[in-house]
Design a protein around this ligand. Structure first.
Ligand SMILES: *Cc1c(COP(=O)(O)O)cnc(C)c1O
Ligand code: SF4
Length: 350
């Protein structure tokens, strides 16, 4: 980790404005990620360097807990939003502090996982047979000591109705040297384990992160990505196409492109909902279908993720629907007589 003083002096920047933000939302940056920054204000810099706009509390739609996670936690740190899945916040530590983080309120008010909380969370999962999928999240679970993470995974694995384990992390790109052959092999032992990796910009892909992904994929861990759509950082079709197609070569399958949550003090990162939908339409069919994630918005109050897609439907007639291809060329597809109403309904056309 690099200190804010060292970082500022390395770039010959005044430290005071950053320090004021750091006192409220601490700065954390791995040496690896710091080394990927090319110039001040570049797409990597803006993700991790404190900005005075974070202290702006005038955003009328900004919230402290934008996903209502605290309300949806039957046990502290265990978010149960969908019937068959739980998200377990197992640490608040990360390899970098993303300035747009939805859980940044926890950086100065962490809820450390102690034995009682572990026991309560496991008890809740055990007595809720509908839970088939446990997502280890944070913070970043790969910041935990490996033995502790293995103990948690082993205990979850003992619960017969849990079929899948997932792990959300930014470490393979933010601090890839943490992924050693031993880490990859030991994590894979608790499979089926799906890993979802947070990555936002093609410049985050380094030789070291390629190697980390290779170790994880070779160990048999299926890899997916989560990308936050960030204003002025990755909100362009060339940047996203390059990121998503490059990820496929690392055997990372793009999973979600996420609309920024309505987190207080992150308005400067937020793009209009329409921008994400337009970007997805611009990528559709122009790059491999495998490289295309779903664009989703996580609804306020913890109501869940909703996909936003540009419809290719031009209109629905009695016996045919007029669809547009990626180049804007319209053509008809036949409909059965009783289909029209159903199709209009599912498309939200009334
Ligand atoms: C995103 C999320 C999940 C997982 O959703 P999927 O669509 O299955 O990936 C589960 N629980 C919570 C609280 C989430 O935020
Ligand atoms: S890696 Fe995830 S949890 Fe950690 S600071 Fe970034 S967005 Fe927040």
């Amino acid at each position: 980790m690099i200190s804010l003083e060292d970082f500022a002096s390395q770039w010959k920047m005044p430290v005071a404005p950053m320090m004021a933000v750091h006192r409220v939302y601490p700065f954390v940056l791995s040496r690896h990620f710091a080394g990927l920054i090319r110039t001040p204000e570049d797409p990597l810099w803006r993700q991790v360097v404190p900005d005075p706009r974070e202290l702006d509390e005038s955003d009328p739609v900004g919230l402290r807990d934008p996903l209502g996670e605290e309300r949806r936690s039957p046990v502290p740190n265990l978010v149960h939003r969908y019937p068959d899945r739980v998200l377990w916040i197992v640490t608040d530590a990360c390899a970098v502090h993303c300035r747009f983080c939805t859980r940044k309120r926890r950086w100065t008010h962490p809820v450390p996982l102690h034995d009682d909380l572990i026991r309560e969370a496991l008890h809740y999962i055990r007595k809720t047979p509908a839970i088939h999928d446990v997502i280890l999240s944070g913070g970043d679970p790969l910041m935990l000591p490996l033995e502790l993470l293995e103990e948690l995974m082993a205990k979850v694995r003992e619960i017969p109705h849990v079929r899948l384990l997932r792990l959300g992390t930014r470490v393979p790109f933010a601090d890839p040297v943490r992924i050693t052959p031993t880490v990859a092999r030991r994590l894979a032992a608790y499979g089926p384990l799906y890993m979802n990796i947070h990555v936002n910009h093609p410049w985050e892909i380094s030789e070291e992160s390629r190697e980390a992904c290779r170790l994880l994929a070779d160990a048999g861990i299926p890899l997916g990505s989560q990308t936050v759509l960030l204003k002025g950082i990755n909100d362009s079709a060339p940047v996203l196409s390059s990121l998503f197609t490059e990820l496929l070569t690392l055997r990372v399958r793009p999973y979600y492109l996420l609309q920024m949550d309505l987190m207080q003090g992150t308005r400067h990162f937020r793009t209009p909902l329409a921008a994400g939908a337009e970007l997805m339409a611009a990528l559709r069919n122009r790059i491999s279908g495998l490289a295309i994630p779903q664009f989703v918005v996580d609804l306020p109050q913890g109501l869940g993720k909703v996909p936003i897609t540009a419809s290719a439907v031009e209109r629905v007639d009695a016996d045919r629907v007029i669809l547009q291809n990626f180049a804007g060329h319209a053509t008809a597809y036949p409909l059965e007589p009783e289909e029209r109403g159903r199709l209009r309904h599912i498309l939200g056309l009334g």
